[in-house]
Design a protein around this ligand. Sequence first.
Ligand code: AMP
Length: 505
Amino acid sequence: MENSVLNYLESTARKFPDKLAISDGTLEITFSEWRHRALCLAEMIQSKINKKHCPILIYLPKSTNTLISFAGVLYSGNFYTPTDIRFPFHKIEGVLSCLQPELIISDHKSAAKLIENGISEDNILFLEDVDFSKEVSADKFLNTIIDTDLAYVFFTSGSTGVPKGVAITQRSIVDYIDWAAKEFEIDEHERIANQAPFYFDNSILDIYLCMSRGATLYIVPEMFYGFQAKLLAFLEEKEITFIFWVPSALVGSANSGLLERFHLQSIHKVLFCGEVMPNRHLNIWRKVLPEAVYANLYGPTEITDVCAFFRVSRPFADDDPLPIGNACRNTEILLLDDENQRITEQDKMGELCVRGTSLAVGYYGNKEKTNEAFVQNPLNPYYDEKIYRTGDLAHYNEFGEIMFDGRKDFQIKHLGYRIELGEIETAILSIEGIDNACCLYDTELQKIIAVYQSSSHIEGLEIKKLLLQMLPKYMVPSEFQDVDQMPYNDNGKIDRKQLKAQFIQ
Ligand code: AMP
């Protein structure tokens, strides 16, 4: 096993130096260019900070340059955190205050927002300033990297409004990628259409399959997801062979009714992960591309994207649930009951817990949250061994496959994004004149509903306007309901059941 993802880039750049590695429609680079540019950037990072094992924030539009920056940060011996430049600064601030990055990599256009908000230019490395004409040797960087070094920290929604930074090591990525490449027979002929944002862990598979196997990565322009004809024309034109998308994106294409109008026969692997994939929409894809391999991958960011998978190997009715299958290689899944006993029998629901190399080392700078979710394996009293408690509920079906049953808490998946309803509630409660707030999710209509109590009778529209300055657009509720008095249950907590009955059909 490689001890760093950079060994992937080293060997792929040797094997396929002139092959197209990444295309974002504007900048196309080969594997040798990827390596060369990353090394030049690493040199500049080191000249600026002269430190290793430090967090570096990537503040760039989704582009080829972002992937050059990831590799540059890793060569420099540091680890990266990508973010979305469209997020309101309030959200970025949360990340900055937890991460305390040693450096921010950006470009002049994107960095304007940071500078306006008081970030010093001295803390920013502008890509325009990197000297790409130099020859930089990789050896001095590679010799010091070990597999337990962090590669990235990805931030996810935190229930109290404080984001959680999931810290992943080089070893966990390599373990994941080597499994996936073998399982799905990925080689240099693969042409990947990347949908996942680079701050979302589904992108890890796209990026590192490309880097490790010499596949080509086509970054799909994000606006295409609102224009199915353009999206499907893109897949046809680039002769895409492999997609690993969030189900919402696949559902969008299935609903468009356009799948059959395009020549998509080159797509022979359709993988998805991140939320429930409805069979009704999957069946539309299966009908149009009957020869393709379909797989439902399951996992949270905290276990390096995926810990279980199901190859769709039999027919399913439109209203059947799709299994999430069984554990990936080198991973064990434990279904634990309320007494922390292992469930092996059929149909009994428990919490899905995971052990293995895929586990994150915890939440960056947050021991308390780390200790809540990454706990001693209750089945092993003999030595230190962590499992990750996902908070997901699941059971075994008659084939011994794991079936996903929803959440124990108030975390939701909305349009593929992981959201803690508590984070939205915290933002609403920070608005002056709001006395109480509770968010609900209407799974059927895919909308977030904010129920609030306000003695000063603030209008929903006003709250929405203020929320847009605090939260990413996808987290802002689309419906606001004001109530005179929040209902409470016997435990003194907001009675969500009653609110659901009142506001969700
Ligand atoms: P994230 O950390 O954004 O990847 O979100 C992880 C959560 O998404 C999991 O804990 C599940 O609740 C949900 N999830 C991921 N994959 C699947 C899947 N294949 N089917 C159903 N839910 C999923």
